[in-house]
Design a protein around this ligand. Sequence first.
Ligand code: FES
Length: 614
Amino acid sequence: FTVEDKDAPPSQKTVRVPPGVSVFDSASWNGIAIDSTCGGHGTCHKCKVRVSPVTPVTRHDERTFNPNELQAGWRLACLVQATRDHDVLVPPLVTRPKAATVGVGRQVILRPAVQKRYVELTEPTLEDQRPDLVRLLDAIDDLEPHPDLHALRRLPKVLREGDFKVTAVVVDEVLVDVEPGDTTAIRYAIAFDLGTTTVVATLLDLVTGTPVAVASMLNKQQPFGGDVISRISATMLDPAALGRLQQAAADTLSTLAQQVCREGGVDPLHVYEAALAGNATMTALLLGIDPEPLGVAPFVQTTATPPAVLASEVGLTLHPGARVALFPALGAYVGGDIVAGMLATGMDRDKRVRLFIDVGTNCEIVLSDGEKILATAAPAGPAFEGGAIRCGMRAADGAIEVIKLTPGEDDPGVELGVIGDVAPRGLCGSGLVDAVAELVKVGLLDASGRFVTDEVAKELAPGLADRLTYIGQERVFVLHRERVDADPSESVVLSQRDVRELQFAKAAISTGWTLLMEELGLEHRDIQQVLLAGSFGSYLSAASAVRIGLVPTLPVLRIVAAGNVAGEGAKMALLSIRERAGALALLEEVTYVELSDRPDFNDRFVDLLAFPTP
Ligand code: FES
């Protein structure tokens, strides 16, 4: 694309799209704005571009351009399909379409499923007895919606009370409502990231593409267990548990929806749609679908593409016609949250070799070499969430999240970053990674993950050696103590067993990406960007992740915190139906690699337990 701008020199951008995608969508998917008021429907005749080599002329092109322009390659972008390499000249915008930046630098051109049209209709007469619905649909014929019953029930009254000046509300080709007067400036939707631990809701203004309010809370399913396996087990042990888990998820969503609407000053009746990204188990439980086949080999989903459901069916009180679009999943352990994350990071749009890692109890890994995309899941266990760690805790007030060790006698020794700036109470996942990485760096942990002897400690790190001690038979390193002579069992420590837990977790993950890299014939240095996603991954120190071998050995600048990409993907699905279609396309584009039956898995895993030696 050569994109002209009235106020700046033209810019160039090369994009790759599947064959058959329109030039308009190719641009839109890649954040290039082309004039349009119909959003690519072929009705506004504004999306003028010059295409080379020239493409067939449509009747819409003939109506829009003169013969000279047609010969020069001018076409309507939404009617040109990209079937080969094209050069496309995009003239300066006349009406600038609104775009929003979402995810990792993704520019999304606003084209929500929720559309509103204000129309002033002629009133019926004895000469014009068209039904109310026909009268309305004739005025919004470019949207071609089907009415739902709620809209039909409201139509006669609203038309007459509004003097036939009304706003039609269309969601994904369904006429869901008619509102008196011009309400086109009022259009909202909610993006949900339904995590196993934390659930996040973002209220979006679909007119501007901007978030209005964001809220998060712990998933109310917590009493059934902290991870997906314990929740699946709960349904297997007690037939009533599925209903209770479904209700708990619905309550969580409902509480958050009310909160964001209250904070944003938005009437929930003006929320016309929601999108939800969750892993396969969370999605099944929300829908009341038996999750047992997800938890036992061969790990099968009921459906990879759950249909949109009415918001009221999942406990949400929004507009009566509001539906919840659910993200598709690649497999039982690479779910809709990861598909949303791939969308938000543009894993399928970027030519660079990129590795995406969502670090958690179940760790999802996606590797793209710019052509092929592979995905897998690795069972990392609860260490990163503070589980199975002696002083482990969630990332809450009092959790040590950053650690710096200095070994010399005159140094302060241990510097701690604590969440909430309060006295340290425990160690969260990023603190755990930092602690191990720093101990490896100063030499108190050897490459195999064993604490060194007291003699070696005194030699290598005299300022820290007195912190290396025992609780019972177990070797521990004291990270925080009230006093120098405090009992280690009452201090915040890292134990030898904790180190082992972290080694198992990081080896599971690094085995995952190592095997994917081997599949694509890649070396560490080939990886141009590592995206660390999820609430834990995003807080991880890149240097520490490299030092313990959680990510490939790379310069830290290549390692990027990607944030809550599942929630960002859900936002994108609401802001653009094209992006939503892109999520579905990912199911075709990404190859799922099952690790558990690979003969080389165990050998790799054992090799990768050790820490990389510099
Ligand atoms: Fe409206 Fe192409 S975008 S005609």
